[in-house]
Design a protein. Structure first.
Length: 133
């Protein structure tokens, strides 16, 4: 598929103690949705210089003192539905479940279109004493 995956971390790093495997599934769901969007937009052997790209960012400019934001963006096809819709067709069909899970411990999930060619998923996770080291 030849998808460029860019991951950006800034110090200080954080370690979550609770909900780790569930949060991994939320991030993997968002990545899979990005992959679906990319494959929908870039079908066949299209000529051109633009490449399929997914970018994941964990950095201090996205953090406040009590929350970490994980930003996942892609240059795939526009998503027709958001996480608020429980009847959303693919590719965002499972994101409503991810949003509900995050809400159980004060997290959020927001989906939007940054520009005419960039989908954006922001996962916010509260950093509490019991969640981090």
């Amino acid at each position: 598929e030849r998808i460029n995956l860019n991951v950006n971390f800034d110090d200080p790093a954080f370690i979550l103690r609770n909900h780790v495997s569930d949060l991994q599934l939320v991030i993997l769901s968002a990545l899979q949705n990005s992959r679906t969007a990319l494959n929908s937009r870039f079908t066949g052997s299209e000529a051109g210089t633009e490449r399929k790209t997914i970018e994941i960012t964990f950095n201090e400019s996205l953090q406040d003192s009590n929350t970490i934001n994980i930003e996942i963006s892609d240059n795939g096809a526009a998503h027709s539905k958001t996480a608020e819709s429980h009847k959303a067709p693919r590719p965002w069909h499972n994101m409503s479940f991810c949003k509900q899970f995050l809400q159980t411990f004060g997290g959020t999930l927001n989906l939007s279109r940054k520009s005419d060619k960039t989908n954006l998923c922001i996962i916010s996770i509260p950093l509490t004493e019991e969640n981090t080291r």
